[in-house]
Design a protein. Structure first.
Length: 85
């Protein structure tokens, strides 16, 4: 039987997944344009392939874990910087 998972649901090396910009915008309650601008200004971590942008699920998980562990707000730009997090 064929695998019916969508491309974004299929794990890649190490089981990592990626979110579409639209999904991340919904998660954070902001517009897609806000996420696109943040990525373009190196204020939000993403993987770019030409005009396509995807956000590694592990980055979102790490940001949430850091916010919970420190009981504070975290800045997504810290994860976009070299050596993020």
């Amino acid at each position: 039987m064929a695998d019916r998972r969508t491309r974004r649901e299929v794990p890649v090396d190490g089981g990592h997944r990626f979110y579409q910009v639209k999904e991340v915008a919904l998660m954070f309650g902001v517009s897609e344009q806000t996420i696109h601008r943040a990525i373009d200004e190196d204020e939000f971590p993403a993987v770019r392939i030409r005009n396509r942008k995807v956000i590694p699920a592990v980055v979102i998980d790490d940001m949430v874990a850091a916010a919970r562990a420190g009981n504070r707000a975290v800045d997504a730009a810290d994860w976009a910087a070299p050596g993020g997090g």
